[in-house]
Design a protein around this ligand. Structure first.
Ligand code: PEP
Ligand code: MG
Length: 605
């Protein structure tokens, strides 16, 4: 994203001199992807990787090659990460971009056959220690050598070497960044990249907002920020340049704008904007207890997506009729061990009880991709989004799936529960999962443990294009469908949902995505099973009439979006929306589709 000009602010050509402008106390306006609405006004807290705890162990002679390969993979990944940063630096332009480019080039060289790489491999082989320990030792030695030389240039390179070392260690250990403790009130987290696991650690009571260089609008970091109602702008190129922490900052999560060192005039504008946003939210909150019905009286079910058990209050507050998607993988994050069946059961039982008779749809762990749960050992692999993740991981490690299914079944004794399986690609995966679930049901019954009778329905997430195209056969094995439009869009268009570099290409209105949604919905309706949309599309009022027009009657979304979507539903005429959806489905051009949809929405307002 390009830096933007503003009144009394840094102008675009000056952006390369961001650092000088900031040093002079001038206002700097930057643009990125607005991913979570709201306005944060606070103080910059620069978030760094911090210390990474480096485990050390001895390697058996027979495992040395495998350890070297593990290290090479981490270095290759680090190389790709640096390349991505270089591309961004290129887009920055000017002398700042050039300077950053040189630095990153040096980083890349450090990752290819350098003393560092050779040194680490040598230590793994000769000292028979794990890759993490070898990286740490090698970095320490190089740094000691540089520091002893008493040369200003080399001293400055020490930071670079440490940075590369941290990147390698993070790749090797899947270490989440340092937890956020002792933050001042109104801290705005500013950083290169936030993982979804890290974002889950933020406490909206102290953290006012989030701004990062990396990250796309549909990645789980963005989703997590929305869940926490934390104004967030991701994908802000050049964000960290010249920052020391402690500067004043504004994050406008709707407009995708970040203002550093705002002038009094700018502060006044954004304070007003924030007040307007909060007022609009209060007005919508009044819809909490009114039903989600269209103008022509069609009843729509609105549910909430949930990541962490502590979101329950917000879910109940939103007026959601249930939980349409509980992303259980978050229970596995930010810890070194795997939660036991008992621990999972107690958490889920609490959620089910607090939902007080409303349905809770628990998705089995969808770890993998950008959601790393080190203890689960999900593959990083060459392409994490296509690797051993979600149900594939569950079927590869049935003991994990069995424990989780058992925990969910036990919780089902306390209220209506549905079980949802992520990343289903084939009928066989669902069939095998059902067999495992049935085995767990028999075991629990034998042990005299109470579970729901009849047992919870078993549903499939349809989020892989192949599954959508096979939806009619999967529908015969599934008790319900949940369409995951985030991954469906990602995999259909081959666009990484969490990569800001391709965020402008991520488009759920692409005819291919819409056809897959339509095909899946119709397959579910023919098989007479419920079908819900639980991707981010469901929570965006722009898409509501289209989804209803395609036959969807259940939507599940970030709790804070329930009132705004309900408002849209109550202003929608279903007959008209159905006709319009037909017109839209005849189009082949997504720009035309967007135009038709926006025109229709404007007419309904
Ligand atoms: C989706 O893919 O649309 C979905 C709801 O699941 P997640 O965002 O957790 O991948
Ligand atoms: Mg998904």
């Amino acid at each position: 994203m390009k830096p933007r000009t503003g009144t009394d602010t840094l102008t675009a050509p000056q952006s390369a001199h961001c650092a000088e402008a900031l040093a002079a106390g001038s206002e700097v306006v930057l643009e990125g992807l607005g991913v979570a609405r709201g306005v944060a006004i606070g103080i910059i807290h620069l978030h760094d990787a911090g210390a990474i705890s480096v485990p050390e162990w001895r390697i058996a002679p027979g495992h040395i090659e495998a350890e070297c390969i593990r290290f090479t993979e981490a270095a290759v990944r680090a190389g790709h990460q640096v390349e991505q940063l270089q591309e961004k630096a290129g887009r920055l332009g000017g002398s700042a971009g050039e300077e950053l480019g040189y630095l990153l080039d040096a980083y890349r060289q450090m990752l290819h056959g350098s003393r560092l790489i050779r040194g680490v491999e040598r230590r793994i082989r000769s000292e028979r220690i794990n890759a993490e320990a070898a990286v740490q030792q090698e970095i320490n030695e190089i740094v000691r050598g540089f520091e002893a030389m008493d040369d200003a240039y080399l001293a400055a390179r020490v930071a670079d070497i440490r940075d590369i070392g941290r990147r390698l260690l993070r790749n090797l250990t899947n270490t989440p960044y340092r937890p956020f403790t002792a933050l001042p009130k109104n801290a705005v987290i500013v950083t290169d990249e936030m993982t979804p696991a890290d974002t889950a650690l933020l406490d909206p009571k102290t953290v006012a907002g989030l701004a990062t260089i990396q990250g796309g609008a549909e990645g789980h970091t963005a989703i997590m920020a929305r869940s926490l109602s934390l104004p967030a702008v991701l994908g802000v190129a050049g964000l960290l340049k010249g920052l020391h922490g402690g500067e004043h900052i504004i994050v406008d999560g709707a407009a995708g704008v970040v203002v550093i060192n705002p002038t009094p005039a700018t502060l006044k504008i954004y304070r007003r904007k924030r007040a307007e946003f909060l007022r609009a939210r209060r007005v919508l909150a009044r819809l909490r207890d009114v039903p989600a019905v269209t103008r022509d009286s069609a009843r729509i079910v609105l549910q909430a997506n949930m990541e962490l058990p502590n979101e329950i209050a917000a879910v109940l507050e939103s007026g959601a009729e249930g939980i349409g998607l509980l992303r259980s993988e978050f229970l596995f994050m930010n810890r070194d061990d795997i939660p036991s069946e008992e621990e999972q059961y107690l958490i889920l039982k609490d959620v089910v009880e607090r939902m007080d008779g409303r349905t809770v749809t628990v998705r089995t762990f969808d770890a993998g991709g950008d959601k790393l749960a080190p203890a689960l050992g999900c593959a990083i692999g060459p392409n994490p989004s296509l690797g051993l993740r979600a149900i594939r991981l569950g079927l590869a490690r049935p003991e994990l799936l069995e424990a989780q299914l058992s925990a969910i079944l036990r919780a089902s004794a306390f209220g209506p529960v549905r079980i949802l399986i992520p990343m289903i690609a084939t009928v066989e995966e669902l069939r095998t999962t059902r067999e495992i679930m049935n085995r767990m049901i028999r075991r629990l019954k034998r042990q005299g443990v109470a579970i729901a009778d009849p047992p919870p329905p078993l549903g499939a997430m349809i989020e892989i294009p192949g599954a959508a195209l096979a939806a009619d056969s999967i529908a015969w094995q599934a008790d319900f469908f949940a369409i995951g439009t985030n991954d469906l869009t990602q995999y259909t268009l081959a666009i990484d949902r969490s990569d800001e570099a391709v965020a402008h290409l991520y488009n759920p209105l692409h005819p291919a995505v819409l056809r897959l949604i339509q095909f899946t919905t119709e397959a579910a309706l023919r098989a007479r099973i419920p079908v819900c949309v639980c991707g981010e599309m469901a929570g965006d009022p722009r898409y509501t009439s289209l989804l209803l027009g395609l036959g969807i009657r259940e939507l599940s979304m970030t709790a804070s979006n329930v009132p705004v979507v309900k408002n849209r539903i109550r202003n929608t005429d279903l007959v008209a929306a159905t006709k319009r959806a037909r017109v839209i489905m005849d189009q082949s051009d997504s720009a035309r589709i967007a135009q038709l949809l926006d025109g229709f929405n404007a007419g309904e307002e």
